[in-house]
Design a protein around this ligand. Sequence first.
Ligand SMILES: [Zn+2]
Length: 267
Amino acid sequence: MDKNILGKVQINGKIKCLTGLHIGASKENMEIGAIDSPVVRDPVTRQPYIPGSSLKGKMRSLLERALSVELGIAGTTKRRNIGTRNNEIWIHVCDSAEDALQCPICRIFGSTGHNGGKNFPARLAVRDAYLTGDSVEKLSDIDTGLQYTEWKFENAIDRVTSAANPRQLERVPRGAEFDFELIYNVEDLHTVEEDLKNLALAIDLITLDSLGGHGSRGYGKVDIVIECIKGIPVESLKSDTIIAVEIKSLKELSSLITTFRGKSSGA
Ligand SMILES: [Zn+2]
């Protein structure tokens, strides 16, 4: 399938932790009685970060749940286990590239065809989100005995034996801020508006849900602020002078989409 790239939409902003955030470096489902559960860290700086895959996965699953009835995929077989046999994680995946192109979820997040189906690459790339300089400074000053993070003591009670299983979870403290970046490939003008609106919906849904582990116990409540959205037509990328159109909110989408419309005529 030919992929015509009309341009890129670059979305930048901040993710602010309103409660402690735990994105695990190893297995999320801890054994009861495990000593600790560390957060994922950059191997060079040792700073905690939010992997792009975590952010993208959360956006996908929330959007899937929001749209599945409308798309007619609720309870159907268009689902695949991307987890293991013991720890199942079911996501919706279209079987063919043709179906994926029609599907608002696979179009944005991609699909891996099986039974001879073709892969459909994602239009969306989500970068790893790193701590802002300001947050690095603030977190360097806190005295928890850990680098940039805090311990949270949890006490799980065995529902059968009533035995207490105290454990320690590492988390990024409330107030920490991360810079995030999304890059969306504009491939056709008929779907760009719907895709970007769905991206905005996915971002809104995260703020009403949670990021990372232990959301049901209050972890991972975040505020996500979009600070800049840039539309960069492909012609501009090819030339020396990059002409980008900037908007402040995804609610101003129509003016952004116009820039691609202007460039694609006759293409
Ligand atoms: Zn799909």
